[in-house]
Design a binder for this molecule. Structure first.
Ligand SMILES: [Zn+2]
Length: 173
């Protein structure tokens, strides 16, 4: 092993009491600094492309079924996460589903795609076996409960991305 140069962290080594079997080699951190902000174009691949075009052109939410274990993935995947089967069987799922979980975000970060507070929810659509993570909207105070029925609200102007679904709202009965 090459000799390490002393660094500002080296004299902190005595502060560490490694547990039995743990050998502390160095406290030198690996630091990567940078700033990324660039225009880009992204090819989502054939599976996500079809999914987005169905949202944009037909306001349909499509899933994909595993031929081996039968799991219907929404959003669709190219490979089954359970049995690694290649997935090709498209199925339309409902615009409604059951709320599995949710959280409310009150702080603002540049990566957040909307103004706060943002409600994120996991909705298992009718005919799907996986939860679909998206925004929740039109929610009255205290109206959210795990297990309530939600429905997709599509944007008038759709462009072929995940935000063509504006959000899921509590379903009218
Ligand atoms: Zn499978």
């Amino acid at each position: 092993m090459p000799d390490r140069k002393p660094s500002k962290y080296t004299d902190m080594l005595h502060l560490i009491t490694p547990s039995k079997g743990l050998n502390v080699l160095s406290l030198d951190p690996y630091v990567a600094e940078g700033r990324l902000a660039m225009p880009y174009r992204y090819f989502p691949g054939p599976i996500a492309t079809r999914f987005f075009l169905e949202l944009r052109d037909n306001q349909r939410i499509m899933g994909i079924r595993c031929p081996t274990c039968g799991i219907v993935y929404v959003p669709p995947e190219s490979t089954c996460g359970t049995c690694f089967e290649k997935l090709e069987e498209w199925v339309e799922v409902g615009n409604r589903g059951v709320l599995q979980s949710y959280t409310v975000t009150h702080y603002t970060l540049p990566v957040h795609p909307d103004h706060t507070p943002i409600i994120y929810g996991l909705v298992k659509l009718d005919g799907a076996d996986t939860g679909f993570l998206h925004f929740l909207g039109e929610v009255e105070n205290g109206a959210l409960r795990i297990g309530i029925k939600m429905e997709a609200v599509f944007r008038e102007e759709r462009v072929g991305n995940i935000l063509d679904i504006k959000y899921f709202r509590p379903a009218s009965s």
